[in-house]
Design a protein around this ligand. Structure first.
Ligand code: SAH
Length: 250
């Protein structure tokens, strides 16, 4: 999903912000930067602020107009500190990230950032399918441009990692029934077996049980054993009991 994301900076005034944006992007695994008519670029200041993300600057696409900047994207998302743009649905950065890993996973997306002084123009606003905002302090909600890129990119990254983890989990469950936690009935069978064995070994004295079984239940509830672990646990108990029947084996 992150490969489909294009960070589009419109008419940026300060080259330092372009460099800091490149760094923000690279740390979150986003590589595509489009600069629409930057005031000054390339620039030594941008390169210094990019630090080890200077490759993002080298590959940045510089264009003159918004049309050129957006031409390959099917979804355009404007970013703004203000919620004045009521003509398109307004999302928080987190909500946007969920949509991008979900319904818009295969689309090329432009995330459009406005100028430092005035934000997005009306024309830019009119091109957006969604508007996204970082729910900052309402008394001062205007973040530095590169900071806004950093936070939105972070949400996209977290959502894309969550998606991978979820897919892997689903795959595992489907693929391997052994990793499913055992049922309550199987747990009860195990507790009976365990209690019986603990009495045989005299570790559990029924006259002074000291809440042993309920403490062990708490421990196993935290662990939620799966089927293959339950086989091991049962196997250990059976081996102990076998030893009792045949003490010479010890
Ligand atoms: N003075 C401008 C703010 C410019 S900040 C204004 O009032 O609109 C530069 C850019 O950073 C904004 O155009 C927007 O793209 C982004 N930005 C800053 N704060 C943001 C926030 N809280 N949520 C989303 N984007 C934000």
């Amino acid at each position: 999903m992150l490969d489909n994301v294009n960070i589009v900076l419109s008419h940026t005034s300060h080259p330092g912000n372009i460099g800091a944006t490149a760094r923000a992007m690279k740390t979150m695994g986003i590589a595509n930067l489009i600069l629409v008519h930057p005031k000054k670029f390339p620039s030594a200041e941008a390169t210094v602020r990019a630090a080890h993300a200077d490759d993002v600057l080298e590959h940045a696409v510089v264009v003159d107009t918004l049309d050129e900047g957006l031409k390959e994207c099917s979804l355009v998302v404007g970013t703004s500190a203000r919620s004045r743009y009521l003509d398109a649905p307004l999302l928080t950065a987190r909500e946007l990230a969920e949509k991008l890993v979900g319904e818009y996973r295969d689309e090329k997306v432009a995330l459009l950032f406005g100028t430092e002084s005035a934000g997005l123009t009306n024309e830019e606003v009119s091109r957006c399918h969604y508007h996204v905002y970082i729910p900052a302090n309402p008394e001062y909600s205007s973040l530095n441009l590169a900071s806004a890129v950093q936070l939105i990119s972070y949400e996209l990254r977290v959502a894309s990692l969550g998606n991978i983890a979820e897919q892997t989990r689903k795959f595992k469950v489907k693929d391997d029934a052994k990793t499913k936690p055992v049922t309550a009935e199987q747990m009860e069978g195990y507790y009976q077996h365990l209690e019986e064995t603990l009495i045989q070994t005299e570790y559990l004295d029924l006259k002074h049980p000291k809440m042993l079984m309920s403490r062990l239940r708490r421990l196993y509830n935290r662990a939620r054993p799966d089927h293959s672990e339950m086989q091991i646990l049962r196997g250990i108990l059976s081996a102990i009991q076998k030893g009792f029947k045949n003490p010479k084996a010890f």
